[in-house]
Ligand binder design. Structure first.
Ligand code: RAM
Length: 361
């Protein structure tokens, strides 16, 4: 396994380039074309005083794509810990399906009625939440997206897990190595409307245009909706449809786990290669049994914590969301708001047999 953190870093461009590309490409990837994002500026309101004290008594609500997705249990747990350390109040609401966009909208509306001080939301669909989030902001509520963005104009900040471009390109690089640079590949994604997955997939397709990958053919993008059973069945379907499939990229923690589960119990174990974005604790057994060679992820709890600190800094008036402003995020250090209101957590980690036992999340 020769892919390392350096290859991830190498694939990364500057934050400014990445976020512009990510937002622009995201607009073409979903089923809500045109609403994915655009040149619209982030919703920056009022002035900021970096020396303002952190306000007491804030309630920050987390609204994940789905409450029963283990990735969000870890991410939102990080947000809870950060808010408790600050003496603020954490709450979490959300749907139990990653494709219930109407449910997400009604949760935003109830949080607005409840007059919470901040909302951290991972959007199931880039455009669907916009009106409700704008209304929340008009009512003085600070809005950050984390993990999966909405349109820039419909939130103050996007707390981004890692460079979207690096994530998209490195997943192709990982799989290309594993399949020896040739063969049919498929993507097993989450919801068809998910901003984050669609942005990564657009970068995967762009990476695949390079001459290095001339012998690799992307035959299908399937959607498992971040549902374990659907993802398992979609994996089975992909292999039935393409018995000579060389590999699968699943850029979702639910998808990669279900695909690994299917492959590990089938004659395709170790033959159909699998990479993507997974939680080390979910994937350890599949790395050890030879189903998976390598995959990547960031630490979801750090992403949740960063979203909590950002929402608190906004609600305290320390930042307003303008590019160049900085805020403190406890043990994580100081962060600066980049172009389009994007705050970047950092580089992801590539996990493989050599390092997976060093991680416990
Ligand atoms: C799933 C969700 C989430 C994504 C991770 C990698 O849990 O789709 O949005 O960031 O996978």
């Amino acid at each position: 396994m020769s892919v390392s953190l350096t290859s991830v870093a190498r694939a990364g461009l500057t934050l400014a380039v990445t976020s512009v590309l990510a937002l622009g490409l995201g607009a073409c990837g979903g089923t809500t074309k045109g609403s994915g994002a655009s040149s619209s500026a982030p919703a920056v309101k009022g002035s900021a005083d970096p020396n303002a004290p952190t306000k007491n008594g804030l309630t920050i609500a987390f609204l994940p794509k789905a409450v029963n997705n283990p990735y969000f249990t870890v991410a939102d747990g990080g947000g809870k810990k950060a808010l408790e350390a600050l003496g603020e109040t954490y709450k979490e609401v959300g749907t139990s399906s990653g494709t219930d966009t109407a449910g997400q909208v009604s949760y935003v509306n109830s949080l607005t009625q409840q007059k919470v001080h901040g909302i951290a939301v991972s959007a199931q669909d880039p455009g669907a939440l916009c009106t409700a989030l704008k209304q929340a902001m008009e009512n003085g509520i600070k809005v950050v997206t984390y993990d999966s963005d909405t349109n820039a104009a419909c939130r103050q900040l996007f707390i981004s897990q890692a460079s979207a471009e690096a994530l998209g390109r490195t997943q192709v690089q990982l799989l290309a190595k594993q399949i020896g640079g040739k063969g049919k590949i498929a993507v097993l994604s989450a919801a068809q409307t998910a901003t984050n997955q669609n942005t990564w997939i657009d970068f995967m397709k762009d990476e695949l245009k390079k001459p290095d990958y001339k012998d690799i053919q992307l035959v299908k993008v399937a959607y498992g909706n971040d549902d374990a059973q659907t993802s398992f069945q979609q994996t089975q379907g992909l292999i039935q449809q393409y018995p000579d499939l060389a590999g699968i990229i699943s850029p979702t923690t639910v998808g990669i786990k279900a695909a690994a589960q299917y492959l590990s119990g089938s004659e395709y174990k170790g033959k159909v290669k699998l990479t993507g974005l997974g939680i080390p604790n979910d994937m350890r057994a599949y790395v050890k049994d030879g189903t998976v060679q390598g995959f990547e992820l960031w630490d979801p709890s750090k992403l949740g914590a960063l979203a909590a600190y950002a929402a608190t800094a906004l609600a305290s008036g320390q930042i307003s969301g303008a590019e160049g402003q900085t805020f403190k995020a406890g043990d994580l250090g100081s962060f600066t708001v980049g172009a389009n209101g994007v705050v970047l957590l950092g580089d992801p980690t590539v996990f493989d047999a050599a390092n997976i036992d060093q991680f416990d999340f």
